[in-house]
Design a protein around this ligand. Structure first.
Ligand code: ADP
Ligand code: MG
Length: 517
């Protein structure tokens, strides 16, 4: 670390109606991992796109190694050794790994055809040099998101990048994939002398990976800190511009009425493999029961079974004393379950519908919103829309715009507004804060806790262990389709629970409980 590689000086970028960057200053030093954080819309991607030559700044200048420079296109950026991995991958799914990596700069035979053998060879060399394992022959479309990201990184390295900009690389990754990525980043910086700029809005990730961190808010650069002088509270306050509450929200109380119980559930996943292999537990009124686990261990299937979206092969499901074995989603809703789905874009909302229409789904045929089940009562619907927008802090000028134009955090608040407004005795909440910013996370957590305090039974499924620990009154660990542990809040540390989430608690039991190392 040391000398200044890139200096952004008073850079502004205006889009029609928005000042996305407002006289931003930023220094990137050679050999550092520099995190850029900020809420959605703070201007992070815009700033990076300027450095990468995709946007021209409205004003201001950029110095490279101390000299003023104009980066007019990504090609200029690449010539300076700057590469960028975008938030949304730009790989061609039907092409092989090798083809994707060399695409745009491919070795050619007869100056026309891509030299595939050479591409494979270069991919292998590259993969070796950087310790990023990939299979050059595989079609990209068949690979996991984590591997696709690895390919994007290799692609940038293939072009000779010394400075890598990663725009929200962890938003799509599992905790394990994030760990792997951080290993890769550390290797690139510590052993290979690269410089990395990483955008994220996960504060713990910032603290774990970066040397320095710069915080943006509403287009402005709030400041840069040495990460060792920062903590979550300080960063969150810089991001949202006010105090953020970080207290633990769980409580331990005497158990109340049991409202849902499952016994011995077995169900298969989409590939017909056994995804739930004898799951039993119960859920009580007024508690938040957290299901902790590394993604892909049956969480998705469990939620689907509980909401009627997937059939079980064996077992029982009882909701408020009623047998709910393989009922339809509609019947299950009637029995008293509302559901925040893990994949909000696919199943939680309709992007092509307006906010008011989305908020109405589920009650559109009911009084007072419908008259005789047919005519819409526009006045009542408008009233309801306005009330939910206000109550759930959905940031939008009106309920008449398309839901698809909301930011991720606001989409999630809209879904929560709708599902929570049904006032069901049971809520199943899956990955409620994935990909949303700190301000929205805090809000969503508060809503969940308020529901719990009002006596709702909440099943919280989350791959985010911090979230599980912060909210849950009781925690179950799910590993390979089985419940491997049950703990009251405070009974177990994050570190220890990791063993149950990965099936390693068995090793430690066999070794006589010596799982500290
Ligand atoms: P972040 O990456 O921090 O979430 P962005 O840089 O993407 O934020 O966006 C900053 C602001 O600029 C937002 O209000 C966004 O809507 C706006 N914006 C970003 N890109 C464009 C664009 N190409 N055209 C118009 N507005 C844009
Ligand atoms: Mg962005």
């Amino acid at each position: 670390m040391g000398d200044k590689l890139i200096q952004v000086r008073n850079v502004s970028k205006r889009f029609p109606g928005v000042l996305a960057n407002d006289r931003v200053n930023l220094d990137i030093e050679r050999g550092e991992i520099h995190a850029i954080i900020g809420e959605n819309g703070a201007g992070k991607s815009t700033l990076m796109n300027i450095i990468y030559g995709l946007y021209e700044p409205t004003e201001g200048e950029i110095l490279f190694e101390g000299k003023p420079i104009e980066i007019k296109s990504p090609l200029d950026a690449i010539n300076l050794g700057i590469g960028m991995v975008h938030q949304h991958f730009m790989l061609l799914p039907s092409f092989t790994v090798a083809e994707n990596i060399v695409l745009g700069t491919e070795p050619r035979r007869n100056r026309i055809f891509m030299d595939f053998k050479e591409a494979v060879l270069e991919t292998q060399q590259l993969s070796e040099t950087y310790g990023l394992r990939v299979d050059p022959y595989r079609k990209v479309g068949s690979l996991s998101v984590g591997i696709q990201q690895r390919i994007e990184i290799l692609k940038v390295l293939y072009k000779g990048a010394d400075i890598l900009i990663l725009d929200e690389p962890t938003a799509v990754l599992t905790p394990q994939e994030t760990e792997d990525l951080f290993g890769v980043i550390r290797n690139l910086v510590e052993d290979l002398g690269k410089t990395v700029i990483i955008i994220t809005h996960k504060l713990q990730e910032v603290l774990a990976i970066s040397h320095r961190v710069s915080v943006m808010r509403q287009g402005k650069m709030v400041g840069t800190l040495n990460t060792k002088d920062a903590d979550e509270r300080v960063l969150a306050e810089m991001m949202v511009g006010r105090e953020v509450l970080f207290e633990e929200l769980h409580k331990v109380e005497l158990p109340k009425e049991e409202v849902l119980s499952v016994d011995g559930i077995r169900a298969r996943d989409n590939r017909h493999l056994m995804a739930l292999d004898g799951v039993s537990f119960n859920l009580r009124a007024g508690e938040i029961l957290g299901i902790a686990g590394v993604e892909g261990n049956g969480q998705t299937e469990l939620v689907e079974v509980l909401t009627g979206l997937r059939k079980m092969e064996e077992g029982t499901l009882t909701i408020k004393g009623v047998d709910a074995f393989n009922r339809t989603p509609r019947e299950i809703r009637k029995l008293g379950i509302a559901h925040i789905p893990e994949d909000r874009l696919a199943t939680g909302l309709s992007r092509e519908a307006t906010i008011w229409e989305n908020l109405l789904m589920g009650v559109q045929h009911m009084e007072p919103y419908a008259i005789w089940g047919i005519h819409m009562n526009k006045g009542k619907i408008r009233e309801r829309t306005a009330r939910l927008i206000e109550e759930f802090d959905i940031r939008t000028p009106t309920g008449d715009i398309l839901a698809g134009s909301l930011s991720g955090g606001n989409m999630q608040k809209m879904i929560i507004a709708r599902e929570f407004s049904f006032n069901t005795p049971i809520l199943i909440v899956a990955q409620p804060t994935r990909g949303i910013d700190v301000g929205a996370i805090e809000f969503v957590h508060k809503q969940i806790v308020e529901k719990r305090n009002a006596g709702t039974a909440i099943l919280l499924v989350s791959a985010d262990l911090d979230e599980i620990f912060r909210l849950s009154d009781r925690i179950l660990t799910l590993y390979e389709g089985r419940i491997t542990g049950e703990f009251l809040s405070g009974e177990i540390s994050k570190r220890e629970i990791g063993l149950y989430m990965t099936g390693k608690h068995m090793d430690s039991i066999e070794r006589g409980g010596a799982y500290e190392q």
